[in-house]
Design a protein around this ligand. Structure first.
Ligand SMILES: C[S@@+](CC[C@H](N)C(=O)[O-])C[C@H]1O[C@@H](n2cnc3c(N)ncnc32)[C@H](O)[C@@H]1O
Length: 331
């Protein structure tokens, strides 16, 4: 069985819909053989170890549902797609929080939730089996997005990945493959780190350290060391953004500038839109300081200083967040 036989009718290649007893082809009306062994779709040797994506991967939850509604829904709702015929390929589904949110909100006709790590894939499959979905068929597939998916051209009309693209070494090549399996109209949605935000943040951390050295900002040595380490890591990542052998050794590999994405979209003959998330810039910086382990009192001192130096108007710019939604459209 290949993935394409799941998403199309054997008679005419059309997609299917569910009646109470059977799967019926939308185009020719013939009954499509029900696939019983529907999770047997291994396309690649699985990656053996579970990745260490601290704080980036989670079970379905009410909190994530809210994230999905604010980040993904406006994009999906504006997409020129037939709601009764959504066919989705999700990359790097992890433990299925985006899978569940999407299926609950849109009841797609087909949803392929894929995952390349064996331990995550097993858990994902168990979750899919346990959820009571209102869809004809959900598929948990093993797919390492560094290679081409075994789908027929136009098999899906939505491709999405939440915090996935930046882990894929060959994402540029991936985009070319995914464009092929995307129908027209079709949409690819990626929630990813935005380079402008990270470069700006790194500059701010350097400014804080400079102020600490000059005695303008008082910090415990430990907090200054933490900031120093963080800025070193960030500068190294930014400086090596094109260095494949360096990136191959990292879990978090890429950061995406809208400028680079626009060039890629041009090359793919697709349109691109970049959606800012409506999050408060100083609140995000506070969370970042906490995540990297700056003590609470020092974090407050840093934030007071940042309030003075962060320019007016930053909230409306690409530098005000660590992530953005990148949307490629095939029209
Ligand atoms: C930060 S987690 C996000 C998981 C999930 N999308 C979520 O929002 O909870 C990154 C995901 O990307 C997946 N990933 C990493 N490298 C990948 C690759 N080469 N192909 C496909 N997925 C990959 C990981 O297995 C992991 O599930």
């Amino acid at each position: 069985m290949t993935w394409s036989s799941i998403s199309s009718c054997d008679h005419c290649g059309g997609t299917w819909r569910e009646t109470s007893e059977a799967l019926i082809c939308r185009s020719c009306g013939k009954t499509i053989q029900t696939v019983t062994d529907w999770v047997k779709l291994d396309t690649e040797p699985l990656l053996p170890d579970r990745p260490a994506y601290k704080g980036q991967i989670g079970e379905p939850s009410a909190e994530y549902m809210r994230v999905f509604r604010s980040h993904y829904r406006p994009i999906m709702d504006a997409a020129p797609l037939d709601r009764s015929e959504l066919r989705v390929l999700e990359l790097g589904a992890g433990l299925g929080r985006t899978t569940q949110a999407f299926v609950r909100e849109y009841a797609p006709a087909l949803y392929i939730a894929s995952e390349p790590f064996s331990s995550l894939a097993v858990q994902l499959r168990q979750s899919l089996n346990a959820w009571d979905y209102r869809w004809p068929k959900g598929v948990a597939a093993n797919y390492n997005a560094n290679c081409a998916p075994l789908l027929r051209p136009g098999a899906v009309n939505v491709i999405l990945g939440n915090s996935v693209l930046h882990h894929i070494l060959d994402y540029e090549c991936g985009l070319e493959h995914w464009r092929e399996v995307l129908d027209t109209p079709g949409i690819m949605i990626f929630g990813e780190p935005i380079k402008e935000g990270w470069v700006y943040w790194t500059s701010l951390v350097l400014a804080v350290l400079q102020a600490w050295r000059g005695g303008t900002v008082e910090l415990a040595q430990k907090s200054a060391d933490t900031l120093e380490r963080h800025s070193r890591i960030m500068r190294e990542r930014i400086a090596n953004h094109d260095n494949r052998s360096y990136l191959a050794g990292l879990d978090d590999k890429h950061m995406f500038s809208p400028l680079k994405m626009m060039a890629l979209a041009d090359r793919l003959h697709m349109s691109l839109s970049v959606h800012k998330l409506s999050r408060d810039v100083l609140q995000l910086m506070r969370i970042r300081l906490e995540r990297i382990g700056v003590a609470e009192t020092d974090a407050r001192t840093v934030l007071d200083y940042l309030r003075e130096i962060v320019p007016v108007g930053i909230q409306d710019t690409a530098m005000s967040d660590f992530a953005a939604m990148f949307v490629f459209r095939k029209v």
